[in-house]
Design a protein around this ligand. Sequence first.
Ligand code: PDD
Length: 287
Amino acid sequence: MSRIVYVNGEFLAEEDAKISVFDRGFLFSDGVYEVSSVIRGKLIDNERHLARLARSLGELNIKAPGTDEEIIAIQKEVVARNNLDEGMLYLQVTRGAADRTFLQPKDIEPSMVMFTQELCIINCPDTDIGISIKTIPDIRWQRRDIKTVSLLAQSMAKQAANDAGANDAWMVEDGFVTEGSSNNAYIVTDDNTIVTRNISNSILSGITRRAVLELARQNNMKIEERPFTPEEAENAMEAFSTAATHPVMPIVKVNDRILSNGKPGPIAAKLVDLYRKMALESIGEAD
Ligand code: PDD
């Protein structure tokens, strides 16, 4: 069945949803995006996603496509029109369409597109099994704090990891893991400390990262925010990643090293549970 896609003020069948070839998102990757998860038809942690969207737009001097209230109303409409129970809502804003120029045109209207995609977010089989990752050089630009649609390096990293038989890539710069191809990266050391890279321009400040660290703190888990090496990851007790699309994903293999006997570790498993409960509570649903 064809989805309903939102494009610049219109709700259209996906085959009719079109963007100009002069759109700067297409020509220059001059745009940003957000992915909010949807559980039981409700957006999760969406205010924080919209706050990050506003920050990304501000860093690139792209005009906001509307107020938060206007954007939320459209997001809810897209979810409703597609009867989405569980999955993601993708939202992209570009600077807009203009004659091709390296300067940033000032007086153009931003483009905004939204669509849904069905996905398993909670109670997913791969969360019970865990995934493997391979470390790949991080060849991205230096403003990874901005959630731009320029995702070629991440796509190349994930494909290279896949070609080498792993499920995902963790990217490495100057001897330290930055983050996953589309997620934040964590290890658990042998004294049960959760280690994840500190926030800076080197990584995206994940919305799920923030929620998971809040849950870990509330549950008296130890946290250290610092860079870690691929060797530390290979020798860790546990590893996991976080993203809106896979809130907490246990990792059971890093390069050639099997972690926690090849099964999701207890800390990752606990965080999977805590996140599910928190997300359901936030939308007034029981576990
Ligand atoms: N990606 N780091 C990178 C490079 C990401 O692309 C993402 C999310 C994250 C996690 O951020 P959050 O917890 O806010 O989802 C970290 C989304 C899911 C995507 O591109 O599909």
